[in-house]
Design a protein around this ligand. Structure first.
Ligand code: GDP
Length: 861
């Protein structure tokens, strides 16, 4: 290859490849000839392919004959051959073109021929159609002419007969109808023949008919052309193919339509007489769940609630009362369920009479404070504790059992007082069978005695009166008995029904008789229980013991509670780990009326909660959880209560909180009654005023005692408390308020009741003075010579003139003198002279009440 690089001429003939290489090795020694050979060889190459020749022929033909202009290296022969080839090609080309032109011409001719054929056909068709139409029209015209002629003739005849002209409106319609009828069978025949003709054939009569109809209407009535024509057209259509098919379709459509209507009617019926559901309604329910149970849309329920003035969402809880209104609104029926289905795990089957055995009575001791309830309970216990002889150590668990001399058992609730009794009752546990009413023989029937009587009567629990402190020298049991008559308690000694026993807690006198009386009463009551069933009881006390965990004292009311029992108690549950009796002994079981401490709770229940033994732990847990949730929901629902009515209902439900108890004392019966009436009307959505007691005259310490027991304020209207009452009120923290204007009184109570108390002006009594003498002094008027009996008398203070504890004047002082000197204040025990501003009616013996006003924050209600 390095050789090739050196040969320049060879390099010029770059076009020669294969033969050049051969020549290269061959021409190694030679020069020129090699080059020529090479050139000639190169020329040969392009002659071989015909395409090259053809390409040259078209472009280079003018100078092909001229060797000077011809491309180098092309020989004559080659040139000839090329020219010949060119010619042949040209000839072939022209031949082809001629053939193509011929073919095109033939095609064109063919197209033309076809077009003509089609046109001819169309023309033929048109002619045929026209002929048919013409023929139909001709027939039609002839028929109509004949008809008209006939009718005209008939009319003429008729006119001749009747001497009237025929009605032009109705008559011509008849022939039209007839013609239609006549055309129908013809069309039917056509359709029967079938094929394309059948499709075309009815067109003619239809068209003819339409035209005729149009003409008829135009002529006869001048009616709207299109309307009539369309109708007529439809009528004729049903004659032909569309006739049967149309009927079939309409039949199916009809069926569908009927079915639809039927379904619609049914659907409508469903809506109209909606299915009335029994909606299970617990104490509270979430809006969406309520909707669910009614099978209504939650949004609709919310809407109804909003209409009722409750703005709630579907996730909010509403109370049963509201829910019931909603249910009624939707036309369903509310079925109140006190508790959910889970509660059904608690056995509620009634005991069979043969399973029942008598049980000891459960006794609560009630009575006025200091009448000896606790002393009596202790005395009974000490003397009679069941098998107490062993250790003698008794334990306070809230209740205990004693044995009567006759061997009968009695269970005492160790929590005297009314609050326990009522709160237990309020929680649904009516535990007490018998109430022992303790009245001190040295005292009388007191406010709490009366209250106790009311409680016992309300609970329909029989009473036994224990007249206590009979050991006392000033004891007067008979007075107690007569006092009780006033309160409709007629004891046996007064030939009544209520047993009465004279006792002394101090000496133990009459205790056995009391127990016997209880046993007798129990016998009358025929108290029975079924020890064989699973236990049910009430919590008397519950506490969280540091060492033992939650402990509840349960008084078994029915069945027998055993160690290992699974139970639910209120919102808590547990499994009995241990049972401890009132003597601190561990026992295996506790039967009816037996008080026992229960260990093994999961939390501390509340007094009054009911204990129920259930089968499984799961059930217990489920019920407890449910109750907890229900209680929470109830609280939430109470919080969600927004309307006035609901708030009122709530206030009624929580009467303890919402009630403002008051005691009213007034100067005269009339004002007392007026005040009570006005106060009873003071009831808003939060608080109601309850007048515990009202009367005429000074406020006494009995009033104070009653007020203290009920935590009520005393309202004095133009009356004052006597000295002992004042002291007692101060000691016991009883509030006494004085008023002289009913309006102010009511206003104040209203405010107190509403809890809207602001800082207000309150009177402070700073002193009392008694008028000893009255002097008449010219220029000043009547002047009272007084002795300040209490506190101080101040010149600037307000004063009231009291006569027999009744306010007869209220005002300010004109003068306050001590030994002729005007002074600012006079201390207790000193004498002074006082004159009232613009008031003269003062008498010896009157009392002047001196008071100051101050702003205080009240905390009532
Ligand atoms: P409670 O408030 O009703 O429970 O009354 P208590 O049992 O606390 O008794 C009040 C006071 O009356 C105590 O000082 C007792 O000692 C006294 N007491 C109770 N019963 C009798 C009794 O039968 N005779 C006498 N003399 N005093 C008694």
């Amino acid at each position: 290859m390095s050789d090739t690089d050196g040969k320049k001429p060879l390099g010029l003939g770059g076009g020669a490849r294969g033969p050049g290489q051969v020549k290269q090795s061959f021409s190694h020694g030679r020069t020129k000839s090699v080059a020529v050979e090479v050139k000639r060889k190169r020329v040969v190459v392009p002659t071989k392919p015909g395409a090259a020749g053809a390409g040259a022929a078209s472009g280079n033909s003018p100078h092909l004959g001229d060797p000077s202009k011809r491309p180098a290296g092309i020989s004559d022969a080659e040139m000839e051959r090329r020219l010949a080839a060119l010619k042949a090609a040209k000839a072939r080309e022209t031949e082809d073109a001629a053939r193509r032109a011929e073919e095109e011409k033939a095609r064109e001719e063919e197209r033309q021929r076809r077009r003509e054929e089609m046109e001819a056909k169309e023309r033929e068709d048109r002619e045929r159609e026209a002929a048919l139409r013409a023929k139909a029209e001709e027939e039609e015209r002839a028929a109509r002419a004949a008809e008209e002629a006939k009718i005209a003739a008939a009319a003429a005849r008729k006119a001749e007969v009747l001497g009237t002209r025929p009605k032009s409106a109705a008559a011509p319609e008849q022939p039209a109808a007839k013609a239609a009828a006549a055309a129908a069978p013809a069309a039917a025949d056509d359709s029967a023949r079938g094929g394309a003709a059948a499709a075309r054939a009815p067109l003619a009569p239809r068209k003819a008919e339409r035209e005729r109809d149009e003409r008829a209407t135009d002529r006869d009535r001048g009616k709207v052309k299109g309307d009539e024509g369309r109708r007529a057209g439809k009528l004729t259509l049903s004659d032909a193919i569309s006739d049967e098919g149309g009927r079939q379709r309409s039949l199916a459509a009809m069926k569908r339509k009927q079915e639809k209507a039927r379904q619609k009617a049914m659907g409508f019926g469903q809506k109209a007489e909606k299915q009335v559901r029994d909606v299970q309604l617990p104490e509270t329910i979430v809006v969406s769940e309520l909707a669910n149970r009614m099978a209504e849309r939650a949004a609709d329920v919310v809407k109804v609630l909003m209409k009722m003035g409750m703005m709630v969402t579907m996730n909010q809880t509403i109370d049963a009362d509201t829910a019931e209104l909603v249910i009624e609104e939707f036309g369903h029926k509310a079925v109140r369920v006190s508790d959910s289905d889970v509660e059904q795990a608690i056995e509620t089957v009634a005991d069979k009479p043969e399973d029942l055995q008598s049980r000891p009575p459960i006794v609560t001791i009630m009575g006025h404070v200091d009448h000896g309830k606790t002393s009596l309970l202790d005395a009974i216990r000490k003397a009679n504790v069941v098998s107490g002889e062993a250790g003698g150590i008794t334990q306070h668990i809230g209740a205990y059992q004693v044995k009567t001399p006759n061997g009968a058992l009695v269970s005492f609730l160790d929590t005297p007082g009314h609050a326990a009794f009522t709160s237990m009752r309020a929680r649904g546990a009516q535990v007490t069978d018998i109430v022992v009413l303790v009245v001190a023989a040295d005292d009388a029937v007191m406010p709490q005695t009366v209250e106790a009587i009311a409680h016992a009567k309300a609970a329909k629990v029989p009473m036994i009166v224990a007249i206590n402190k009979c050991d006392k020298p000033d004891a007067n049991p008979q007075k107690v008995r007569t006092d009780l008559l006033q309160h409709e308690v007629v004891v046996e000694q007064m030939s009544g029904e209520v047993q009465d026993v004279e006792v002394s807690a101090k000496t133990g006198k009459g205790l056995d008789s009391l127990l016997e009386a209880i046993a007798l009463q129990a016998e009358i009551l025929e108290l029975k229980a079924n020890p064989a069933r699973s236990a049910m009881g009430a919590v008397i006390e519950a506490k969280l013991d540091v060492g033992r965990g939650p402990v509840a004292t349960v008084l078994v009311q029915n069945g027998t509670l055993r160690k290992g029992d699974i139970f639910v108690v209120g919102e808590k549950w547990g499994k009995v780990r241990a049972l401890i009796n009132d003597k601190g002994e561990t026992v295996a079981e506790a039967g009816p009326s037996v008080p026992v401490e229960v260990l093994g709770l999961n939390g501390t229940p509340e007094a009054g909660d009911v204990l129920n033994v259930v089968d499984t732990e799961a059930q217990a847990r489920e019920i407890a959880d449910y109750r907890e949730k229900a209680a929470k929901d109830k609280r939430a629902a109470a919080g969600a209560a927004t309307t006035l009515e609901q708030l009122m209902a709530k206030a009624k439900a929580d009467a303890d909180v919402a009630e403002l108890p008051v005691l009213v004392k007034a100067d005269v019966q009339g004002s007392a009654e007026a005040i009570v009436q006005a106060l009873e009307k003071v009831g808003n959505d939060e608080v109601r005023v309850r007048v515990l007691h009202y009367g005429v005259g000074a406020i006494t310490d009995t009033d104070v005692g009653l007020a203290e027991a009920s935590k009520a304020p005393i309202i004095g209207f133009n009356v004052r408390a006597n000295a002992t009452a004042r002291n007692a009120a101060q000691q016991k923290g009883v509030e006494i308020r004085y008023y002289s204007i009913i309006y102010d009184l009511i206003d104040d109570i209203k405010q107190a009741a509403s809890g809207l108390l602001k800082a207000e002006v309150r009177e402070n009594f700073i002193g009392y003075a008694r008028i000893q003498e009255v002097f008449r002094i010219t220029g000043i008027g009547n002047v009272a010579g007084c002795l300040v009996t209490e506190g101080v008398a101040r010149r600037s203070a307000g004063v009231r003139l009291l006569r027999d504890n009744v306010v007869i004047h209220e005002g300010t002082l004109k003068t306050l003198k001590r030994f002729k000197d005007e002074v600012k204040e006079v201390q207790s025990g000193q004498e002074c002279g006082m004159a009232f501003e613009r008031y003269e009616d003062i008498r010896a013996g009157d009392v002047i009440e001196i008071f100051e006003r101050e702003e205080v924050q009240r905390s009532l209600a």
